[in-house]
Design a protein around this ligand. Structure first.
Ligand SMILES: Nc1ncnc2c1ncn2[C@@H]1O[C@H](COP(=O)(O)OP(=O)(O)OP(=O)(O)O)[C@@H](O)[C@H]1O
Ligand SMILES: [Mg+2]
Length: 468
C-alpha cells in the first residue's frame, strides 16, 4: 500500500480526504520583484515567481495537528534550522498561499510578516501549537530548495480544510517533498490510539472531532447476567488478541456487535468497558446527528487500525426501510461504510439500540455487518443485588437488601444506581456528620418510595421502571 492509500482512502472518501488541490503544475503569474515576501520565496528557490511550481494537498480540518507533525518531522529530518516566516496584510484569509504571493507581487497586497499560530487538541487534555498560516524555507530530500506553506482551516473564510503547499522550481521535487511529509504524517498520527468523537462544530473546524478520555472500567463494574460479558469479550477482545493467527488461518477480523435492550440497562456502559479492554485501539464514537460523519469515521477506523467504531442509538438512522418511503440515506452510508471496510481489517463496529425490532434487517442479519447480537436485559434479582452492592461500594450499606431487591423487580440498572444516590443523599441530610455515609433500611426504603411515587412517574419511566 502506498502512503497515499494509508493516509487518505479509496473510493468514496477520496474526494473529501485526499483532495489534491494542485496536482498539476501551477505557475505563478507575476515576477513581483521588490516585494520582500516574493523576494524571500523566489530568492530561496532560485527562480522567479512565474517559474515556481506548486504541489498542494488538502485534508479535513481535524488533521491540522497531523499536518503540523508531518511538517515538523520533515524539517527535523532535513537537519537544518527551519526558517519560518509569515504573511502580513489585510484579508489574509481569502486566498490560497500562491494567490497571496501573486497578489503580493502584482499589487503589493501582502508583505513579509510573522507566522500565525493557533492551538489544536491532540488529546483529551492536551493541545499543541500549530501554524495557522506560515511558510518555511527548507530543502527537498535531494537537497534542492523548497518552500512549505501551511494553512489551517478557517471556516470564517469558507476554508473547510487545512492545506499544505510545496513550492519548488520543479514539480518532481515538490511532489517528493509532499509525499515524504505525507508518510511522516502517517508515522506521527496524533489520532492513532485515541478515543475520538465526532460532534457538531460551533465554528472552529477542529472541534468537529474531539478527544475523549478512555474509560477504565473493571469487569466487576459491569453487571450482566452470567456469561453475557464473557461472550461479548470473547468475540471482540478475543479476535483482537489472536488476530495474527486467525488471519493466517484464513479467518477474517472485521466484526460487528449489536447490543440491544431497554434504556438504562448498560449498553453504553458495556461499550465503555470494551474501550478500556482494548487500550491500543483507536475508537471513533458517533451518536445521533454526528452519524452523518459515518464515512469519515469509517475512513479513520481503517487508517488507524486496530480500531473500533461506536454507533450509539443506531436505530435513529437505521430504522427499517419499510418505515420510510425513500429509505434512509444515512442508513445506506452506514451499510456502505461497514461493507467498505475489508474483512481482514481489524475494525470492530459496536452498535447500540433500544429498538432492535425496528432495525433494518440488512443491518442486523447479514454476516460481516453484525455477527453478534446480544440482548442486555433488565437486571434479574441477582443482578439488582449486585448493582446495589456495586453502587453502594463507597457507602456503609447496613440495610437489608432483600426487600429492596424484591421491590425493584422490573427496573433498570440505572434506576438502581439512582436509588443509591438518593438514599445516600437522605443519609447525608439526616446525619450530616462527616465520614462514612451510612445507608440503612430507612434511607433505601424512603428513596424507593420516592422514586415509586406517582409524582416520580416521569422519572420512573425515564429511568426505565417497568410499571411506569
Ligand atoms: N449493567 C450495568 N452494570 C453496571 N452499571 C450499569 C449497568 N447498566 C447501567 N449502569 C449504570 O447506568 C448508567 C446508564 O446506563 P447506560 O448508559 O449504559 O444505558 P444504556 O443501556 O446505554 O441506555 P440507552 O438505551 O438509554 O442508551 C451507566 O453509566 C452505569 O453507571
Ligand atoms: Mg446508551
Amino acid at each position: 500500500m502506498g502512503s497515499a492509500d494509508e493516509y487518505g482512502d479509496s473510493a468514496a472518501l477520496a474526494a473529501d480526504l485526499h483532495r489534491i488541490i494542485r496536482a498539476t503544475a501551477d505557475s505563478v503569474g507575476a515576477s513581483g520583484e521588490g516585494n520582500e515576501l516574493v523576494d524571500k520565496v523566489a530568492g530561496h528557490l532560485g527562480v522567479t515567481l512565474p517559474k515556481v511550481t506548486v504541489v498542494g494537498q488538502a485534508w479535513e480540518a481535524w488533521e491540522h495537528a497531523n499536518v503540523q507533525r508531518g511538517v515538523d518531522a520533515y524539517l527535523a529530518e532535513r537537519g537544518t534550522t527551519p526558517d519560518w516566516f509569515g504573511i502580513a496584510g489585510a484579508h489574509r484569509g481569502h486566498e490560497e498561499l500562491v494567490g497571496m504571493l501573486v497578489a503580493a507581487g502584482k499589487q503589493g497586497l501582502y508583505e513579509l510578516g510573522a507566522v500565525d499560530f493557533t492551538t489544536v487538541a491532540i488529546g483529551p487534555d492536551e493541545v499543541t501549537e500549530v501554524v495557522q498560516l506560515g511558510l518555511a524555507a527548507t530543502t527537498a530530500p535531494g537537497g534542492e530548495p523548497v518552500v512549505l506553506g501551511v494553512r489551517g482551516a478557517n471556516l470564517q473564510y469558507g476554508q473547510q480544510q487545512c492545506r499544505l503547499e510545496v513550492l519548488a522550481a520543479d514539480r518532481a521535487i515538490a511532489t517528493a517533498v509532499r509525499d515524504r511529509i505525507e508518510q511522516l504524517m502517517a508515522e506521527h498520527d496524533v489520532l492513532r490510539g485515541q478515543v475520538l468523537a465526532f460532534g457538531v462544530s460551533e465554528n472552529r473546524g477542529n472541534e468537529l472531532l474531539t478527544f475523549l478520555p478512555r474509560p477504565d472500567l473493571a469487569g466487576e463494574d459491569v453487571v450482566l447476567p452470567d456469561g453475557v460479558l464473557d461472550s461479548i469479550e470473547r468475540h471482540i477482545v478475543g479476535i483482537a488478541e489472536h488476530g495474527d493467527r486467525l488471519l493466517a488461518a484464513g479467518q477474517h477480523l472485521k466484526r460487528g456487535l449489536l447490543l440491544h435492550g431497554p434504556p438504562g440497562t448498560g449498553k453504553t456502559h458495556t461499550v465503555r468497558y470494551l474501550m478500556g479492554r482494548l487500550p491500543g485501539n483507536t475508537v471513533v464514537v458517533l451518536t445521533g446527528i454526528a452519524m452523518r460523519f459515518i464515512a469519515s469515521a469509517a475512513s479513520l477506523a481503517r487508517r488507524l487500525q486496530p480500531s473500533i467504531v461506536v454507533l450509539e442509538d443506531v436505530d435513529l438512522i437505521a430504522q427499517d426501510r419499510g418505515h420510510t418511503p425513500m429509505g434512509n440515506p444515512l442508513l445506506f452510508s452506514l451499510l456502505d461504510a461497514m461493507d467498505g471496510i475489508g474483512r481482514d481489517a481489524d475494525v470492530t463496529f459496536l452498535l447500540t439500540t433500544n429498538r432492535a425490532g425496528e432495525l433494518e434487517r440488512a443491518l442486523a442479519d447479514r454476516p460481516g455487518r453484525v455477527d453478534l447480537a446480544v440482548e442486555i436485559p433488565l437486571p434479574d434479582a441477582a443482578g439488582r443485588e449486585a448493582l446495589l452492592r456495586l453502587y453502594g461500594r463507597g457507602l456503609k450499606l447496613t440495610a437489608d437488601l432483600a426487600p429492596i431487591v424484591e421491590g425493584t423487580d422490573g427496573v433498570t440498572a440505572s434506576f438502581v444506581k439512582e436509588l443509591l444516590r438518593r438514599a445516600s443523599l437522605r443519609a447525608i441530610t439526616e446525619h450530616p456528620a462527616d465520614g462514612e455515609i451510612v445507608v440503612g433500611d430507612a434511607e433505601l426504603a424512603g428513596a424507593l418510595a420516592e422514586m415509586n411515587d406517582a409524582r416520580g412517574a416521569l422519572t420512573r419511566s425515564l429511568l426505565g421502571s417497568r410499571d411506569a
